[in-house]
Design a protein around this ligand. Sequence first.
Ligand SMILES: [Zn+2]
Length: 420
Amino acid sequence: MPNPALLHHNETQFAKSIVALAPGMWTAVGYAASTQHMIEGAQSVTIIDTSESTSAAANVLAEFRKLTAKPVGRIIYTHSHRDHISGATVFCEGKDIPILASAGFDSDLVGQDDTRIAPNEALGRRTMAQFGIGLSPEERISLGCGPGDRPMQGMGAGHIPPNELVAADRDIDLDGVEARLIHVPGETADHMAVWLPGPKVLFPGDNWYHAFPNLYAIRGTPYRDFAAWADSLQVLADLDAEVLAPGHTQPVFGADKVREVLVTTREAILHVMRHTAEGMNAGLPMDDIVATLTLPNDLGDKPWLGEFYGKAAWSARAYASGTLGWYDGNPTHLGTLSSATRARHIADLAGGAEALVAQANATSDLQWRLELCDHLIALGHPAEPLKAATMIALAETEINATARNTYLWEAKRLGEGAAS
Ligand SMILES: [Zn+2]
C-alpha cells in the first residue's frame, strides 16, 4: 500500500481540470506534468507555458478552444525546463508569433550536447528513475509535481526557442490585458513570473507549487540558489496577489492564503539554510546535520510543504555542496577507500562476509540493510535481490514521489541485472 499522503496529493492536485482564475483566464491542471495557462485578450489569447509533449499540448488546446476561438497571439515561458517549453508548436498552429522568455533563458536540460564531456548518460538514467519511466500506473503514483498517468507521445518534440528575450522587468500589453514580467530566480536562474495587477493574478512558474520545493532534484542538477529562491518568494508575496496559478499543482485563491503559502515556503527554505549552515559552522558531520533536520511545527504542519517533490534532507546536502563544495571539513574525507576495500575491512571486523549476510537479513533498519547490501555487492556476494526487495519496501512508506519512483525503478533494474 503506497503512502496514503502521496495518494491523496495525487488525487487532489493532479485531477484533470480547467480552472477559472478570473474572468478571461484559466489554468489547465492534470493534462501534463506541468500546468498551462490561457489569458484572453481583445482579439487573441496569451499562453503561459506549453507542457512537455505535443500530445498533452493538443489536449489542452482542445479544452481551451471550448472557452474561446481567438487565436494564440503570444507565448510566455516562465523558465526553460522542458516540461514547460515542449508543446509550443501546437499552440502556435503554424504561425510565427512572439515567444517571450527571460534573457537568461538556459537550462540544464534544454540541449544535452554529446560532443562535450558531461555525465549525460547518468542524467538520462536518473531522470528515467526519478519520473518512473516504464513503471506501471499503480507503481508510479505521481511525479511529485504532476500526474504519473499522462500522454507521452511527442515528448519534447514541440519546442520552439524564444524569439523575444526579456532582459529587465517590464510592463507588457497582452492584447488589452495589462501585465508585468518579473525576473524571479529560484528553481532556475531564468525564472520569469507573470503578474496581472488588474485582477491580481500571479503566475510564479515553479517557484511555488503544492509540495516542498525541489531545492535539489535527484535526477541530478547544478546548485539551485537557495537564497535567491527565498528572496524571490518574498518579491512574489509582496505583490499581494489574490490568485496564484503555479507551474505545477492547483491554483491558490484568496490574498491571505496566497501570502501564507509563499511566505511559509520561503521560511522553509531559510530554515534548511540556517540549520545546515549552523551545523557546518559547528563542524558537524553531514550525516548528523541531515539526521537532525526537521521543519518546525508551524511549517511542518502545512500541507503544501509535504515532501511530495522536494525533500529537506536532500536540500541540506545540496546547500552544503552548493556553498562550500564536497569537502565537509573532516580531514578523514581527504583520503579514500574503495567500496571493496571498505567492505573487506567491515567483513573482517564482523567475522566474515557471512556475518554481514546474517545481519542484513536480521536487521529491521532498512537503511542499514541497504548499506550492508552495498558492502556485500562490493565483495561480490549476490545481495542484489535483497537490496531490490528492501528498496521496494522503502518505496511503500515513502511520501516523496521521486524517491518512490527511483526505488522502484532501480529495484527493477537490479532484478534485470541479476537475472541476465
Ligand atoms: Zn516544472
